[in-house]
Each structure stands twice: as structure tokens, then as C-alpha cells.
Design a protein around this ligand. Structure first.
Ligand code: COS
Length: 387
């Protein structure tokens, strides 16, 4: 699929090549087995780390590669085209917990957590949602109470990507009191590690797609978090989470573009090989029109994504563009994978061909890091904020 619209630098081409070859050699051969087993081999985390792919956006002084957003997204699309389950661990780690510590963390937190995260020795997770607090994230109930030189956390976090094997979890909890609720301004962000007393991994979700990526609940039962693990201001944790999701949503858009592109490539190849009515099905306009529409939507999604990434790299506000990118790319991924299944016909509905998995994997991009409805709310709000 042509990248002609987006002029890549030599360094970006090199990273794209590296990521593509890595995907072919280390991921693609295992994707079906991981999907069936509902678990990737955790060794893949170390392999991503060796490439520096778990510290792409972290400056070199903290042991990262110090790359810009666009370059990171180029790599992420390639990994996603190989396996969206592996891509989501890379996206969450690079976009959310590491960026939060980089932006709001103390020097000591950067030394203790960010550096090993950049080297990929500690995998990061992000725990905002709860069973009763999804789109309405500020209604979260996990309570943090100060107790001497600790905070004591009680509550359940939900839908935590990599939560079962992360070394660092950035968790949001209420720092206001039951008698004096302060809404979005009464939430702190805590750096939680799994060795802390009171940390328990709960149920693992059995999912439609992204099955190889573990999604778990986390139970905090009198979880004692050292006071020095509070990130920044004790009442600004929700704002930090929202700012970080602006970055995270670009990552999910890149993941969605990777899924859609992969489906398009498989469908294009298959349409050239599959013969019906004495000719390859690519000779029928019904198929050509589908492929043309698929290619157009993938290209448009990618173009918007890189325009948004460029705005971020120029230091401009991206809340609206990031929501637009995620909205367009995720709806494209669902639509394109649906068309791909249609082109494959019955073969698209069975596990023998990859589009069945891509179709299942695509759906979650419309759900996590904010549903499509939430993205539309953010986009519409910004329209009024700007007028
Ligand atoms: N950047 C910086 N600050 C932001 C922000 C952003 N992108 N979005 C919101 N804020 C700030 C607001 O400015 C407001 O600050 P003030 O107290 O100064 O007014 C504060 O955060 C609360 O914002 P708001 O009033 O908009 O909060 P709402 O409760 O109305 O929620 C939505 C806003 C719906 C946009 C938010 O809850 C959301 O994104 N929900 C989806 C959550 C999500 O993506 N979950 C997935 C988790 S990962 S699986």
C-alpha cells in the first residue's frame, strides 16, 4: 500500500523496514497460535525492547530513542499489520504511562521507573476505567486515602491492557473525600507496582478480538502505595489522563490503520488468485469498487493521522485532531475488514485465512481509549470551544 502521500525521512524508512521485517520474522508465524491460546509469548516484549520500540518517544537522557510522534506511529502501524495484539501493548506503553511519567513525574520517578520502562525492562499499563466508570471516566470510585508516608487505595480497575504482566501501572483514584466530592478535580494518578501489598490481578476478559493481548481487572485491597509514587498534583490525575489520551488515541489510530491496511493487502492478493466464472475475481467491477473504496479510506485515515502527528510534533494542541484520527481510522478498520471478509466469501469466515482475525481485532478500536461516541463528543465540544 503506497505511502506516496506521506514523505518519510530516511530514518523513518529504516525504522519502517526494521519493524516490517521484525513483524514478518517474529510475529506473523505465531499470530494464529497466540490468538487461539489467548496469549502472546511474553518473550515478544523483550524482543520489542531490544529494538528500542518500548522507548520510542522517551528522550535519550532517559534511555529512550528520543524519536518524534510520526516515526513512532510508522513503527506502530507495521507492528499492528503483523498483530494488533502486540501493537496494543506497544501503543499503551509508549503513549500513556511513559508519557505521563515523562511529563509530570519527579526526577526520582523518572530515574526509578521511566528509565527501565524506556529500556523495556518494565512494561507499562494504564488503569483509568472501572466496572462502573467507562465513558464517564471521572465518575471512578477507587478511593485513595493518605496514611502517613503512604496512600492506601481501595477499588477495582477494569479493562487494563497488559495489567497481568506490567511492571508499572499508572492508576487513577479519588483523592477527594466522600463528604467533599470534587468531580474531575478530585482524582490523583499513582504509580503502582505489582509487588505492593494489596495488589491483585482479577479476572481476565475473554474477548471477541485482540485475544492474544491480556485484558484484566485489578483489585486494590488496602493497597499501600508509597507517597513518593504519587504523580504530580494529587488532584490533577484526571487531567493528566485526558492529556495522555490525546497521545494514546493517535496510537490507536495507527493500530487501526495497520489492521485495515493488512486486510486490504490480503483482499487484493486474494482477488488476484481466486477464480470464479473462469476469471480472477479482481476482474469484476463489484470487487474492484470495493478494493478502490478500501484503499481510499485507508489512505485518508493515514493522511489525517500523520497530519495530526505533525501538529503534535510542532507542539500544537491536538485534542480534536487526535479524536478525529481515531474516529476515522477505527471506523475505517471495521468497514475495511468487513469488506475484506466479503471479498473472501466463505473463506473470510474461517480461521484458515487472516481476515477473520482482522475483522474481530478491528472492532475494539471503536471502543477503547474512548468510544466513537466519545470521540464525536470531544470533536463537537472543540468546535464550540473554538467558535
Ligand atoms: N486535555 C486536557 N484537559 C482535559 C482534556 C484534554 N484532552 N479533556 C478534558 N480535560 C479537562 C477539562 O478541561 C476539565 O478541566 P477543568 O476542571 O479545568 O474544567 C476536566 O478535564 C474535566 O473535563 P470534562 O468536564 O470535559 O470531563 P467530563 O467528565 O465531561 O468527561 C470526557 C469528558 C467524556 C471527554 C472524558 O470522560 C472521556 O474522555 N471519556 C472517555 C474515557 C476513555 O477514553 N476511557 C478509555 C480509557 S483507556 S481503555
Amino acid at each position: 500500500m503506497s505511502w506516496a502521500l506521506i514523505p518519510l525521512t530516511e530514518e523513518q524508512r529504516e525504522i519502517q523496514r526494521t519493524a516490517r521485517e521484525f513483524g514478518k520474522a517474529e510475529i506473523t508465524p505465531h499470530v494464529d497460535a497466540w490468538d487461539r491460546a489467548e496469549a502472546y509469548d511474553v518473550g515478544i516484549v523483550g524482543k520489542l525492547a531490544e529494538l528500542g520500540f518500548l522507548g520510542m518517544l522517551i528522550p535519550e537522557e532517559y534511555d529512550g530513542l528520543g524519536l518524534d510522534t510520526a516515526t513512532y506511529l510508522v513503527a506502530l502501524e507495521e507492528i499492528s499489520a503483523a498483530d494488533a495484539s502486540v501493537a496494543v501493548l506497544m501503543s499503551v506503553h509508549n503513549s500513556l504511562p511513559t508519557q505521563m511519567i515523562l511529563r509530570y513525574g519527579s526526577d526520582a520517578q523518572k530515574e526509578r521507573f521511566l528509565k527501565p520502562m524506556a529500556r523495556g525492562e518494565l512494561l507499562g499499563a494504564f488503569a483509568l476505567s472501572e466496572p462502573e466508570a467507562g465513558s464517564d471516566a471521572a465518575s471512578l470510585r477507587t478511593q485513595a486515602v493518605r496514611d502517613g508516608d503512604h496512600w492506601v487505595l481501595n477499588g477495582t480497575k477494569a479493562w487494563v491492557t497488559s495489567g497481568s504482566h506490567a511492571g508499572v501501572i499508572l492508576a487513577m483514584a479519588r483523592t477527594d473525600t466522600p463528604g467533599d466530592r470534587k468531580g474531575a478535580r478530585g482524582i490523583g494518578t499513582f504509580i503502582v507496582t505489582p509487588d505492593l501489598p494489596g495488589f491483585n490481578v482479577g479476572k481476565k476478559e475473554a474477548k471477541l478480538g485482540l485475544r492474544a493481548s491480556p485484558t484484566v481487572q485489578l483489585h486494590f485491597e488496602n493497597l499501600r502505595v508509597p507517597a513518593e509514587n504519587l504523580l504530580g498534583d494529587p488532584h490533577m490525575g484526571f487531567i493528566y489522563a485526558m492529556q495522555s489520551l490525546d497521545n494514546g488515541r493517535l496510537g490507536i489510530a495507527a493500530q487501526a490503520v495497520g489492521i485495515a491496511r493488512s486486510a486490504l493487502e490480503h483482499a487484493t492478493r486474494y482477488a488476484g488468485e481466486r477464480r470464479q466464472f473462469a476469471r480472477p475475481i479482481k476482474e469484476f467491477q463489484a470487487i474492484q469498487f470495493k478494493l478502490a473504496d478500501m484503499a481510499t479510506r485507508v489512505t485518508a485515515s493515514r493522511a489525517l493521522l500523520y497530519a495530526a502527528a505533525a501538529a503534535k510534533d510542532r507542539g500544537e494542541p491536538i485534542t480534536q485532531f487526535s479524536s478525529m484520527s481515531k474516529l476515522l481510522a477505527s471506523e475505517t478498520a471495521v468497514w475495511v475488514t468487513t469488506q475484506a471478509v466479503q471479498i473472501f466469501g466463505g473463506y473470510g469466515y474461517v480461521k484458515e485465512y487472516p481476515v477473520e482475525r482482522l475483522f474481530r481485532d478491528a472492532k475494539v478500536t471503536e471502543l477503547y481509549e474512548g468510544t466513537s461516541e466519545i470521540q464525536r463528543i470531544v470533536i463537537a465540544r472543540e468546535l464550540y470551544a473554538q467558535s
